[in-house]
Design a protein around this ligand. Structure first.
Ligand code: SF4
Ligand code: SF4
Length: 427
C-alpha cells in the first residue's frame, strides 16, 4: 500500500474527480436510515501517509472488539466485510476487485470508507514521476500505473454511506502534515472539502488520536451501523465531525492526577506522582478521553502511566504543541492560584483525614490498638477543631447512635401497632 515509487501519469491528477465530487449539491444529514435490515456492510480501508498505528490500535479494541464486528455476532449489527490492505487474505487483483465494484456501484451492499494516514498531494509526486501512497495498479493509455489511495478516496467517497477518517493524520493531517513537510499532506476533510457529503448526506466523520483509542473507533462504527440498520439514531457529532460523546471533555477533566492540580501539587520530574503540567502537560486544553477510557482494554492511557499530554488528538498537533516537554505558557498563570489555595487546603485536608482515620471509641479510650506503628493522639487544638467540625456536621442533622423513645419523642411515644389498636378500639 503506502510506498514511494514511479509510473504515475501526471495528467491523472485528482483535480477532475475532486471537482466532480464537490460540484454536487450538499445534502442534509438524514434523520432516518435508508437501509436495514442489513446482512452485510463492506468497509474499505485505505492508507495514505500512515504508520499503520491506527490499524494496530483498532485490532486491540475490546468494546466492541473487531472480531465481533467481522463475524456479525453483535446483536443488531450487520456483519462487516473488511477490505484491508494488511489484514485481508486476498492479494493483488483479487483484493482490488471489490474496490472496483464499489466504485462502479456494483457491490450489491452499502459500504463505508475508512481512511488511515494523511492524504498526500499526489500532484507533487507526479511531477517527478512518482507517487506517495498507492493501492493496486491499472492500465491507462497503454501505461500501467499504481492507483494513489487519494484517488481511491476520491472515487469511492461519493457512493460511500460514510467516510470515516481514523487517527490524527487522516482527520487533520497530523505529523506528515507538520510545517516543512514536502508532501503537501492534509486530512480527509481538507481533501474532500467542506461541501462533501456521503451517499447518506454525511460530512466526513473524524476519530482523531495518534494513535487513536481503538474503542473510540469501533464504538463509533457500531453506532453508525445501528443507524444504518434503522435501530438507532444518527450519533451526535461535533462541529469538526468528532463523536461528541467521546471528545467533548478535556483530558484534564478526567485525569487521574486532577486532584493534585486542584491541591496545587506539581511534579518536578518524570516519575513523580503529582500533576504533570509543569513538565509539559497540555491536558487542560485538549479534547481526549484516554485517561478515562484507557488505551487498550481500559488499561494504560498517557497520564495513567506517567506520560504528559502533547495534544495528539487536536487539529493543532503537532505544530501548536511544540516545543514538547516544556511548561505550556497558559500553565504558568493557571498553576499560581492552585498553589496558593493548596497552601491552605492541603493542611486542612490532612487534619480532617487524620480525624476520619480514627474509630469513634478510640477517642474515648485515648489510644489506637494497632501493632503496626504509633499513631499520635490529637493535640488539644486539633481536638477543638474536630469538635467544631462535628458541631458543623450535625447542626441540621441527628447524631448517629441509640436513642430511647422517650428522649426522641418528648411529647409522647406509642409503639405504632399499639397506637393503631387503640384507635380501632381493640385495646
Ligand atoms: S497531568 Fe495534565 S491532565 Fe492531568 S491533572 Fe495535570 S495538567 Fe491536568
Ligand atoms: S492524553 Fe494527550 S497525548 Fe495522550 S492520547 Fe490524549 S491527546 Fe494524545
Amino acid at each position: 500500500m503506502a510506498h514511494a515509487g514511479t509510473q504515475v501519469l501526471p495528467e491523472q491528477t485528482l483535480e477532475s474527480t475532486a471537482r466532480a465530487a464537490l460540484e454536487r449539491e450538499p445534502r442534509p444529514a438524514p434523520q432516518r436510515a435508508p437501509f436495514g435490515p442489513l446482512r452485510v456492510v463492506h468497509a474499505f480501508w485505505l492508507a495514505g501517509m500512515s504508520c499503520d498505528g491506527c490499524t494496530i490500535a483498532v485490532s486491540g479494541a475490546t468494546a466492541p472488539g473487531v472480531e465481533g464486528l467481522l463475524t456479525g455476532t453483535i446483536p443488531g449489527l450487520p456483519k462487516v466485510l473488511l477490505h484491508h490492505p494488511v489484514l485481508s487474505v486476498e492479494a493483488g487483483e483479487e483484493f482490488v476487485h471489490n474496490f472496483r465494484l464499489a466504485e462502479e456501484g456494483k457491490l450489491g451492499a452499502p459500504f463505508v470508507v475508512i481512511f488511515e494516514g494523511s492524504v498526500p498531494d499526489e500532484r507533487l509526486a507526479a511531477e517527478s514521476g512518482g507517487y506517495w501512497a498507492a493501492l493496486g495498479v491499472e492500465e491507462r493509455d497503454g501505461v500501467r500505473r499504481p492507483i494513489p489511495t487519494a484517488e481511491w478516496l476520491q472515487r469511492l467517497a461519493p457512493r460511500a454511506a460514510a467516510v470515516i477518517a481514523i487517527g490524527t493524520c487522516a482527520t487533520w493531517g497530523g505529523i506528515p502534515a507538520a510545517i516543512g513537510n514536502p508532501t503537501g499532506a492534509m486530512g480527509v476533510m481538507d481533501f474532500l472539502g467542506k461541501d462533501y457529503r456521503s451517499a447518506l448526506g454525511l460530512p466526513v466523520i473524524n476519530i482523531p488520536g495518534c494513535s487513536p483509542v481503538g474503542d473510540n473507533f469501533t464504538e463509533t462504527v457500531a453506532a453508525i451501523l445501528l443507524f444504518l440498520q434503522g435501530l438507532g439514531p444518527l450519533p451526535e457529532f461535533d462541529e469538526l465531525g468528532r463523536p461528541a460523546w467521546l471528545f467533548s471533555q478535556t483530558v484534564h477533566q478526567q485525569c487521574v492526577r486532577g486532584g493534585y492540580y486542584e491541591e496545587g501539587s506539581f511534579a518536578e520530574r518524570y516519575g513523580d506522582k503529582e500533576c504533570l503540567v509543569e513538565v509539559g502537560c497540555w491536558g487542560p486544553v485538549v479534547q481526549c478521553n484516554i485517561t478515562s477510557r484507557g488505551a487498550i482494554n481500559h488499561l494504560g492511557g498517557c497520564m495513567n502511566v506517567g506520560g504528559i499530554c502533547i495534544g495528539c488528538t487536536m487539529p493543532g498537533f503537532p505544530d501548536r504543541f511544540t516545543p514538547f516537554y516544556q511548561t505550556p505558557p497558559g500553565a504558568v498563570l493557571s498553576t499560581k492560584p492552585a498553589k496558593l489555595t493548596g497552601t491552605f487546603v492541603r493542611p486542612l485536608r490532612r487534619l480532617s483525614m487524620r480525624f476520619q482515620n480514627r474509630e469513634v471509641h478510640w477517642d474515648d479510650v485515648g489510644a489506637v490498638p494497632t501493632g503496626w506503628g504509633h499513631v499520635k493522639e490529637p493535640s488539644p487544638l486539633e481536638r477543638v477543631l474536630h469538635a467544631l467540625y462535628d458541631w458543623w456536621r450535625f447542626r441540621t442533622a441527628e447524631r448517629p447512635g441509640r436513642t430511647r423513645p422517650e428522649e426522641q419523642y418528648p411529647d409522647g411515644y406509642e409503639v405504632p401497632a399499639v397506637a393503631r389498636a387503640r384507635r380501632e378500639g381493640r385495646s
